[in-house]
Design a protein around this ligand. Structure first.
Ligand code: MV4
Length: 451
């Protein structure tokens, strides 16, 4: 392969993609904003182009500037990372029409799966269990009332163009439905430019379990196990692990088969994730599909020993992936803690600033994906993710002990981080027993720091 890849992103994921490219012998082009001159992705890449002011709209979200950077440097492929333009169908399409290979699914796939109603009905047709509720968009207050009654309370109203927890409304009583319906529509219109909403039965304390998929765009999809992403706060994941402590071998078999059937039905290409809710009765239901590489992909990489970014690049150029179900097998257990520049003692308030000292943990089974270094100034314009600490062990217990040990070794001074939070979760009885769901953090309070 002789290609030049432009990485339309920053931070740890830009470094992650550059590393994969180097191992494949591909040339790399970084783009950066005026706030990111001192960022490592600028130095790691073979070439770097400044694309504008700090504001994302003028740099990492600015399609014409990014396409110009690709044209100036003769890049023939684009990796979007996650966030920013990763699920922007228009961007993927402009890349393709400009002769730049988009390393991801087709533009049609991105826009189809971006419509959560389309995604649900497509999965249902492929035989995947979906959350009970409306078959499509809900048109009127009256229809909302009727559907909520037939589905059974509580219900949740979601924006068709939403996802990731934005623009959702939980309704517990019939008297609240009409008000919630109009509020959700207004919010959906304002947030996504599309007021279409749908209704589902609301599950009170589910696990959030997602299946990692790789499709070759030639009808073949493989599943690389699941990740449990139940430890989240305001729809921001903080801890992910694989395998899920809530998933039995039988559930896993059925969940993988369902995810593969759904993705093969749409001839999925690239890395993707099917999100399921796993309820108290251990029934799983399709929720949405993500058409990007995700922040938490390393836990899957550690368990399967597969480089997901390299696979994504291979299939984008029409090669087949290196792995099949016949030559991959999960080994052990992996956990990821997201280290954010946020103060867990102050409601996880983002705290940009200068890192005065920085020391990463090491040793067997420890991986740190980070763009931070001593004296790095965290700009206030982007998300607060500083590092991902991923550990692998032969079982969950060893992974947990390894995570505690690695968190002890991790030194970040100058800005508060989520490290003290993770230390406390790792010794929480319910977390240790694997007995947690999406509401774990609702009841979790930080103890005063003893360090
Ligand atoms: C749900 C749900 C329960 N029932 N849908 C949150 C993120 C987005 N992917 C969808 N999400 C949820 N959808 C039904 N039918 C629970 C969540 C959910 C959640 C909801 C409220 C507060 C925190 C949450 C954390 C994870 C998932």
């Amino acid at each position: 392969m002789s290609h030049k890849i432009l990485i339309a992103n920053r931070g740890e994921i830009a470094l992650r993609v550059i590393r994969a490219c180097k191992e494949l012998g591909l040339h790399t082009v970084a783009v950066y904003s005026q706030a990111d001159v001192d960022c490592l992705h600028v130095r790691f890449a073979d070439e770097a182009v400044c694309i504008g002011p700090p504001a994302p709209a003028e740099s990492y979200l600015n399609i014409p500037r990014i396409i110009s950077a690709a044209e100036i440097t003769n890049a023939d492929a684009m990796h979007p990372g996650y966030g920013f333009l990763a699920e922007n169908a228009k961007f993927a399409e402009i890349c393709e029409t400009s002769g730049i290979t988009f390393i991801g699914p087709t533009p049609e796939m991105i826009s189809k799966m971006g419509d959560k109603i389309y995604a649900k009905s497509t999965m249902k047709k492929a035989g995947v269990p979906v959350i009970p509720g409306s078959e499509g968009g809900v048109k009127s207050e009256g229809e909302a009332e009727e559907l909520a009654r037939s589905t059974g309370f509580p219900v949740i109203i979601k924006a068709a163009a939403g996802g990731g927890g934005r623009g959702m409304r939980i309704v517990r009583e019939p008297s609240q439905i009409s008000k919630a319906f109009s509020a959700a529509k207004t919010e959906a219109q304002a947030g996504f430019g599309d007021s279409t909403v749908y209704i589902e039965r609301y599950f009170e304390s589910p696990h959030h379990v997602e299946v990692q998929l790789l499709g070759n765009g030639k009808g073949k999809v493989i599943a690389l196990g699941e990740r449990d992403c139940s430890i989240q706060r305001k729809h921001q994941k903080l801890i992910e692990e694989s395998p899920s402590p809530a998933v039995t071998p039988e559930i896993r078999k059925n969940m993988m088969a369902a995810a593969i059937a759904g993705a093969e039905a749409v001839n999925y290409r690239s890395a993707g994730t099917v999100e399921f809710l796993l309820d108290e009765k251990k029934q799983f239901y399709f929720m949405e599909m993500n058409t990007r590489i995700q922040v938490e992909h390393p836990v899957t990489e550690m368990v399967f020993n597969v480089d997901l970014i390299k696979e994504q690049i291979r299939v984008a150029f029409g090669d087949d992936f290196k792995h099949t179900h016949a030559n991959i097998e999960p080994v052990g257990h992996a956990i990821e803690c997201r280290i954010n520049a946020e103060d867990p003692f102050e409601g996880f308030r983002p705290m940009p600033g200068e890192i005065t000292s920085f020391h990463t943990p090491g040793g067997l089974g420890v991986r740190v994906d980070t763009h931070a270094y001593a004296n790095y100034k965290i700009p206030p314009f982007y998300d607060s993710l500083l590092a991902k600490l991923i550990v692998h062990g032969y079982d969950r217990r060893e992974a947990l002990e390894r995570m505690k040990r690695a968190l002890e070794e991790f030194v970040i001074e100058g800005v508060p981080t989520t490290i003290p939070f993770h230390k406390q979760v790792m010794k929480d009885d319910r977390f240790v027993r694997g007995e947690f769901n999406t509401h774990f953090l609702d009841h979790f309070t930080m103890e005063a720091d003893s360090d």
